[in-house]
Structures are given as C-alpha cells and as structure tokens.
Ligand binder design. Sequence first.
Ligand code: HEM
Length: 204
Amino acid sequence: MHSQAHDVGAPSLLETLRAGTALLHIALEKRLPFFSEHLDADGYLSLLRAYYGFYAPIEAALYEGDLIPEGFDPQLRVKTPTLVSDLHALGLNDAAIDALPRCTHLPSLDTPAACLGAAYVLEGATLGGQVLRREMARRLGLDADNGGAFLNVYGAETGRRWKDFLDYLARQPMDAQARPCAVDAARSTFSCFEQWLDSQEVLL
Ligand code: HEM
C-alpha cells in the first residue's frame, strides 16, 4: 500500500506541524500583551493566572493520559510547577492557586499522534519565552525569583531541549492517517489556548 510517509521529498512531521500552525501562532502572538506599553505588574499577574488555568489541565491530560509515545520525559518537561512557583512569588498561596479558574475546553488528546501535536506547541512556546523573558525583565524587572521563571522554564537548556524534542519527533513512526491527528491537535491547542485567554480577558 502506498504510504505518504515514505515519499521522497514528503514534508516531515515537523514541517507539517509548522505549516499547519504558523498562522495561528502569528494571530496569538499579536494578541498577547507582553509588548503592550499598558502591561503592568497587575496585568502580568492576570496573564500568568490565565496561563496556569490552561497549562494545569492540558499538562494533566497530556501526561496522565499515558498516550504520549515513549521517549518524552514529562518530569523533565512539565511546566505547571514553574507557573505555581511564579504565582507564589507574586503573592498567591496554595488555596488561591487551587481556586483559579481552569480551562475545560481542551484539545482531545486521545491518540499518540494528538499528544505529539499538543507537545509540539507546548515545547515550541519555550522558544518565544526567551524573547518574552527579556522583555519582562527589562520592563517589569521580572526574573526567575520574582515571578518570571515560567518564561525561562528551561533556562540555559532551552535550545538543547528543543533540539532533543525535534529529534524525538523525527523518530516517531507516523502513517498518513496519524499525521492529520497530530496537526489537528496542534492547531486545536493554539485555538483552545487563545479562546481561553480571551475568556479570561487578558488578550489585546
Ligand atoms: C508574544 C508571544 C510570543 C512570541 C513573541 C513568540 C515568538 C516566537 C519565536 C521568536 C519563535 C521562534 C524561535 C526560534 O526559531 O528560535 C517561536 C517559536 C514557537 N512558538 Fe512562539 N511566541 C509567542 C507565543 C507563543 C505561544 C503562546 C505559543 C503556544 C502556546 C507559541 C508556540 C510556538 C511554537 C510551537 C514555536 C515553534 C515553531 C517551530 O520552529 O516549529 N508561541 N515563537
């Protein structure tokens, strides 16, 4: 049977994910207020609370669902605990964090391919985080100890972890049926995140 995955010159999974999400990335990036002159400390805290409301449930679904293919180390890559540390540093206690609203409209992560698509988005976001970290340090004086750790969640390891993730992605056998599931989940991760942030009134 003819398999697209073996065509010479067929795009890699990474290329397909990039092409499928590029416009959604641009759209979300434009609406995030990190570069807005109006973003102050309170606005940053609201943004971080809203990030928590998305990352906590999506990481739980991704890592506790046990469908993500072997070779991805959730303990190394989980980002919600860093958001919790930032929220603590900004004055929230555990009870206040537990009481934060959480997104319930998440991408369905019911296949290994869908998990890979969502992981691509969450891992890729650490790259943009480097740009945002510098901006937040410059404008709001945020660093790893006072509420700015999430934007630099992998620190000096950011480039290495991304490369390791791309190697992992490239090793995944993926047939022509699974690939659209990965892209749909990646697209849905972007759109669910945007809708959630919008509902929390933190977007421009
Ligand atoms: C204002 C906010 C953002 C900015 C300025 C930004 C900026 C960037 C930049 C500069 C890169 C490329 C880095 C490189 O090639 O070294 C990147 C990659 C990426 N970002 Fe963002 N980003 C933002 C928000 C987000 C968010 C919220 C998400 C998802 C939750 C996201 C997901 C991704 C992904 C998946 C990639 C990897 C693309 C690839 O190379 O395949 N970004 N971002």
